[in-house]
Ligand binder design. Structure first.
Ligand SMILES: Cc1ncc(C[n+]2csc(CCOP(=O)(O)OP(=O)(O)O)c2C)c(N)n1
Length: 639
C-alpha cells in the first residue's frame, strides 16, 4: 500500500495527480481482495466499482457534493477511501462496519441503503432541496443496471426528466444483477454496448471522409444526416433524450482517467439531469471472479490465489435449498404451480425451478411489486403462483399483496426466506416485520415450520390450499430433519403439542420451536416440567388448543423470531382478550423489541434478545419464580 496508506479521506485523494489514480485503484482492489478472502462479503460487486469510487471522489468535492450509492453492496472502495480502510476486515460483523451504507456510520454515506433502486429518488429529493435552499453543490447517484430497472428508479427518472433538475446519474453497467440481469431494459443497454462497433465505424467513416482532399468537409456534412438517423436508432438518445436526460457515454468503467473526464463533462451540464454510462466487469481484478461473476457477487472467505471457497464443514441443507428442491418436486406433479423470484434465483432457491421448468418459472428482476401483481394475474387464470421473496423485500409489495391478492382472495403463495434475523446484512435485511404486516390482512393464512422437514409439508399444504398463504422460514441451515418422506398435508390452523406438563406452556413459532424444546429439556433436568407447542400457524391460530392451555396453565410464554409489536405473541393475546381470559393467565411474550437490530452473527444477535435455548430457559425460570413468590405470599396471608 504505497499511496493508499496515506489516504484517510477523499481530500487526500484529491491532492494526487490524475496519473496516480489508477495506482490507487489497484491498491484499493488489492485491499478488498485480501480482506474478502479472509472475511467474505460482497466481493464481486465491490471489485467492479473500484475505479468508479476513485473517480467519483476525485472529481467531486465529497461530502459537500452529495454522492448517493444504490444498494451500497458495491461500495467497499467508497468505504476504504472515506476513512474506513482499516475497518474493512470488520465489515458485516457485530460491532464492525456495515456491509451497506449508513448515515450514522459516515458523513460520506449521504443516504442509507440496502434495498435496491432507491438512489435516484433520494438524490432527486436532495437536488430539489439544494435548489430550494439556493445552494450549489452537485448531487450524484450511482446505480447498477439491474437496479435501474427497478420500479422506483424508473419513477424517479420520470420525475427528474419532467422537472429538468440538475442531477448526475452514474450507471454502473455490468450486465448483471446478482444473477444475469433480465428484462427489456437490459436488452436496451446491451444494444448500446453492441453499438460499440457503430461508434468505431462512425469515427472511421468520419476520418476517411475528412481525408478526401477538397470535397472531404462537404461529404462529411452530407453523411451527418445519415449518421444521425443511424445514431437515433442505435444509440441511447432515443430513450434517454426523450425522457429529458443528457447522455454521456459510454465510458470504460475501469479507466479512472476516462471516468474522471466523463464526470467533469457531466458537471458542466446545469440545465437538467445527465446520465454517465460506465461499462464495468463484475469481479474485476480476480480471474476466478471475472469468470464466474454470478457466484462472486458475494462470497465467503476464499483462497486468494485460486479463488476456491474455504468451506465450513458440511451441515444440514439450508432452508433455501430444501425449499428449492421441494418446489421442483411439487412442480413435477402439479403443472399449475408457477415459480417466481424477484432477482434472487439463488438466494431463494428458485434457480433449480428456472432450470427444470423454464416455461413456468420467472425471474422478474428487482421488481417485487410487479412480481406480486403478476402472480395475481396468473392466479386469476387458474395457475398457482409461488412467489419466493425475502421477508424484507416483500415489504416493498405490501399494497400489491393487499390490493391485488388478498382483497380478491387470490390463490397466490408467498414463501418468505430470511424470515427473522438475517445476520451480517443487518437492519435493512432482517425479516422481522412480516408477521406484523401480514397478520392484519384478511384472507391470508400464515405459517412457519419448526424445521426443514416440516417446511416440505407446509409448502405442499400451501399449494393445495385455495387462497392466499404465506410461509416464513429463517436464513441458514436446517436442523438436520429427515427429508425422505413425501410431503404431508397439514391441517390448517392446527398446532402440534410436542411436550405436555407443568404450569408453563411455551408456544413457539417457526424457528423458535427447537430452542424452546431445548430449554424445556434443560428445565426438565432440574425437575421442572413445561409444555411446548409448535404453533405452526400464526393465522389462523389453533384457538381450541391455546384456549385450553390458557384455562389450565398459569403462564403462557410465546416465542418468535420477529418484532413483538403486532407479532405472533400479540395474536395470542388478542385471542385471550376476545375470550375474556386476559386476566386469568400471565402471558410472557418473547421476541425482538421495538428497536433497529444491528448487523452481526445471527446466533449472537438472537442470544442478545434472549431468543435461544438459554434465553428461553431463563425467562421460564423467572416466570416460575414469580409464581412461587406469589404462592408464598398467598400462603402467608392465609396462615
Ligand atoms: C428491493 C431489493 N430486491 C433485491 C435485492 C437484492 N440485491 C442486492 S444487489 C442486487 C443486484 C443489483 O444489481 P445491480 O444494481 O446491477 O448492481 P451490481 O451488483 O451488478 O453491481 C440484488 C438483486 C435488494 N437489495 N433490494
Amino acid at each position: 500500500m504505497k499511496l493508499l496508506q496515506d489516504i484517510n479521506s477523499p481530500a487526500d485523494l484529491r491532492r494526487l495527480e490524475i496519473d496516480q489514480l489508477q495506482e490507487v485503484a489497484d491498491e484499493v482492489r488489492e485491499h478488498i481482495l485480501e480482506t474478502m478472502s479472509r472475511v467474505g462479503g460482497h466481493t464481486g460487486a465491490s471489485l467492479g466499482a473500484v475505479e468508479l469510487a476513485v473517480a467519483l471522489h476525485y472529481a467531486f468535492d465529497t461530502p459537500h457534493d452529495r454522492l448517493v450509492w444504490d444498494v451500497g453492496h458495491q461500495a467497499y472502495a467508497h468505504k476504504i477511501l472515506t476513512g474506513r480502510r482499516d475497518q474493512l476486515p470488520t465489515v458485516k460483523q457485530y460491532g464492525g462496519i456495515s456491509g451497506f451504507l449508513r448515515r450514522d456510520e459516515s458523513e460520506f454515506d449521504t443516504f442509507g441503503a440496502g434495498h435496491a433502486s432507491t438512489s435516484l429518488s433520494a438524490a432527486l429529493g436532495m437536488a430539489i432541496a439544494r435548489d430550494r435552499k439556493q445552494e450549489d453543490h452537485h448531487v450524484v447517484a450511482l446505480i447498477g443496471d439491474a437496479s435501474l430497472a427497478g420500479g422506483m428508479a424508473m419513477e424517479a427518472i420520470n420525475q427528474a426528466g419532467h422537472l429538468k433538475t440538475r442531477l448526475i446519474v452514474v450507471l454502473n453497467d455490468n450486465e448483471m444483477s446478482i444473477a444475469p440481469a433480465v428484462g427489456a431494459l437490459t436488452g436496451y443497454l446491451n444494444r448500446i454496448r453492441e453499438a460499440h462497433g457503430y461508434h468505431r465505424f462512425k469515427d472511421e467513416v468520419e476520418e476517411t471522409l475528412r481525408a478526401i482532399p477538397s470535397v472531404g468537409e462537404r461529404l462529411h456534412h452530407a453523411a451527418k444526416t445519415v449518421k444521425d438517423a443511424i445514431a437515433a436508432a442505435v444509440l441511447p438518445g432515443a430513450l434517454v433524450n426523450e425522457l429529458g436526460f443528457k447522455y454521456i457515454g459510454y465510458v470504460d468503467g475501469h479507466n479512472v482517467k476516462a471516468l474522471v473526464r466523463a464526470l467533469h463533462e457531466a458537471q458542466q451540464i446545469k440545465d437538467g439531469p445527465v446520465i454517465v454510462h460506465a461499462l464495468t466487469t463484475k469481479g474485476k481484478g480476480h480471474p476466478a471472479a471475472e469468470k464466474d461473476y454470478y457466484k462472486w457477487h458475494a462470497t465467503g472467505p476464499f483462497d486468494l490465489k485460486t479463488g476456491t471457497p474455504i468451506k465450513s464443514p458440511t451441515k444440514a441443507p439450508t432452508y433455501t435449498k430444501v425449499f428449492g428442491d421441494t418446489l421442483c418436486e411439487l412442480m413435477a406433479k402439479d403443472e399449475k404451480i408457477v415459480a417466481l423470484t424477484a432477482a434472487m434465483p439463488d438466494g431463494t432457491g428458485v434457480c433449480e425451478a428456472l432450470e427444470k421448468f423454464p416455461e413456468r418459472s420467472f425471474d422478474v428482476g428487482i421488481a417485487e411489486q410487479h412480481c406480486v401483481t403478476f402472480a395475481a394475474g396468473l392466479s386469476v387464470e387458474g395457475l398457482k403462483p409461488v412467489c419466493a421473496i425475502y421477508s424484507t423485500f416483500l415489504q416493498r409489495a405490501f399494497d400489491q399483496l393487499v390490493h391485488d391478492v388478498c382483497i380478491q382472495d387470490l390463490n397466490v403463495k408467498f414463501c418468505l426466506d430470511r424470515g427473522g434475523i438475517a445476520g451480517g446484512d443487518g437492519p435493512t435485511h432482517h425479516g422481522l416485520l412480516d408477521i406484523a404486516y401480514l397478520r392484519g390482512v384478511p384472507n391470508i393464512i400464515l405459517m412457519a415450520p419448526k424445521d426443514e422437514g416440516e417446511m416440505r409439508d407446509m409448502l405442499f399444504t400451501m399449494t393445495e390450499h385455495i387462497g392466499p398463504a404465506a410461509m416464513r422460514y429463517p436464513r441458514g441451515n436446517g436442523i438436520g430433519a429427515p427429508l425422505d418422506q413425501p410431503p404431508q398435508l397439514l391441517e390448517i390452523g392446527k398446532a402440534e403439542l410436542l411436550r405436555d406438563g407443568g404450569e408453563v406452556a411455551i408456544i413457539a413459532y417457526g424457528s423458535m420451536v427447537h430452542p424452546s424444546l431445548q430449554a424445556a429439556g434443560n428445565l426438565a433436568r432440574e425437575g421442572i416440567e413445561t409444555t411446548v407447542v409448535n404453533a405452526r400457524f400464526a393465522k389462523p391460530l389453533d384457538n381450541s388448543l391455546l384456549l385450553a392451555l390458557a384455562r389450565t396453565k398459569r403462564v403462557l410464554v410465546t416465542v418468535e423470531e420477529a418484532y413483538l409489536a403486532g407479532g405472533f405473541g400479540s395474536a395470542v393475546m388478542e385471542l385471550l382478550e376476545e375470550n375474556g381470559l386476559q386476566d386469568k393467565i400471565q402471558v410472557v411474550r418473547m421476541g425482538v423489541p421495538d428497536r433497529i437490530v444491528t448487523h452481526g452473527d445471527a446466533k449472537l444477535l438472537l442470544a442478545k434478545y434472549g431468543l435461544d435455548a438459554d434465553g428461553i430457559y431463563t425467562r421460564v425460570k423467572e416466570a416460575i419464580e414469580v409464581l412461587d413468590d406469589r404462592r408464598a405470599k398467598h400462603h402467608k396471608v392465609i396462615a
